[in-house]
Design a protein around this ligand. Structure first.
Ligand code: MRU
Length: 349
């Protein structure tokens, strides 16, 4: 059983516990989050990260936000829930799972608003725990659907971390690789280190080593050469938000990887749960892209590597056009050559 990325300790008066991901792989440490502010901060500074895991954290954040509520009637309860949801929504803009989970918590809150406060809080904890349990099941299903795409005896490439650490457990893109390995398939994974915060080097490499899957870490800029000369036969990545037509936002650098894969005739697969689709967006051009602090580029992990005063552009995500995507693996099935009609048909929307 993998270590839980996030869990809840106790009853509705309890707290969330997460793996503090900024310390990996040097140190495996748990962090207790007892207030909504601590959840916001943990999401903001990537102590917990990855689209599905952020959604679970936000759901627990709502429960923590209501810990201090003194709402004496339903309309004050509504106001407290809204305030908590709006606050959590301001932590990170791109992963739609965050907003999806908050909407779900708001719907549950609306259904229990007339109950005594303590019972309403219990109901919201129950909803958050359900979101977590569902994510576990969904990640297993992603593994089942995607495993047949992993080439026997070949190499694959992944970018960022879409593993157990980015979800309740097991992952999305890495779930496909974990399941293929469990089924006895032999393959090697090239892991992009993923500048600037090194989720590939710090987290994906750590998870693959633990799973006993042969893995080779490369600089992001080696991906093209590795695709051409080292027999990469498929690319698997996660997603933070997928528009109606299949355009997909994921960690910065994913678009470049998709261009390289296209140039080398290598299939590029996106692996994501239905909660990562944002069907309100016609295409990827309106996906909000988070820009992060310049110091992540100029002084990553505390070591200054660029001169003071240099202008920096530090987008955390980019959008891969649907035309570069061979298929999207979802828990409901494979969406080949994604477009609006095929996505709607597989998701049943
Ligand atoms: O900034 P991060 O580390 O939260 O970015 C994470 C990614 O881009 C992942 O690939 C994505 O969330 C999919 S996680 C299953």
């Amino acid at each position: 059983m993998p270590l839980p990325t996030i869990e809840w300790i106790g009853d509705a008066g309890g707290h969330a516990r997460i793996i503090e991901q900024t310390l990996l792989p040097r140190e495996l440490k748990y962090l207790d989050l007892a207030t909504i502010e601590e959840v916001w901060d943990a999401i903001k500074r990537l102590a917990i990260r990855g689209a599905p895991a952020i959604g679970v954290a936000a759901a627990f954040g709502i429960v923590l936000g209501l810990k201090t509520s003194r709402a004496a009637d339903a309309s004050r309860f509504d106001a407290d829930v809204l305030r908590a949801a709006d606050y959590l929504a301001s932590s990170r803009p791109t992963a739609v799972n965050l907003f999806w989970a908050l909407e779900r918590m708001k719907r549950r809150a609306a259904a229990v608003r007339e109950l005594p406060l303590s019972q309403a809080r219990e109901a919201l904890l129950d909803e958050a725990r359900t979101i977590l349990a569902e994510d576990r099941r969904i990640c297993r299903a992603l593994g089942e659907v995607g495993a047949p795409l992993v080439p026997e005896g070949g190499s694959v490439l992944t970018h960022c971390n879409a593993g157990g650490l980015a979800t309740a457990d097991y992952g999305t893109a890495l779930a496909v690789l974990f399941r293929a390995r469990e089924l006895g398939r032999n393959f090697r994974v090239f892991v992009d280190e993923t500048r600037p915060l090194l989720q590939g080097a710090r987290l994906t490499a750590w998870e693959l080593l633990q799973a006993g899957i042969p893995a080779t870490l490369i600089c992001d800029s080696a991906a093209g050469m590795v695709m051409r000369d080292r027999g990469v036969r498929a690319v698997f990545v996660g997603a933070d938000r997928i528009a109606c037509n299949g355009d997909t936002a994921n960690k910065i650098g994913t678009y470049s990887v998709s261009v390289l894969a296209k140039a080398h005739g290598i299939p590029f697969y996106v692996v994501a749960p239905a909660s990562t689709f944002d069907l309100s967006l016609a295409d990827g051009s309106s996906i909000p892209i988070e820009e992060r602090d310049p110091s992540e580029v100029t002084a990553g992990f505390g070591a200054r590597t660029a001169p003071e005063g240099i202008d920096v552009f530090n987008p955390a995500f980019d959008v891969t056009p649907r035309a570069h995507i061979a298929a999207i693996v979802t828990e409901k099935g494979l969406i080949e050559r994604p477009d609006a009609a095929r996505i709607a048909s597989v998701l049943g929307k």
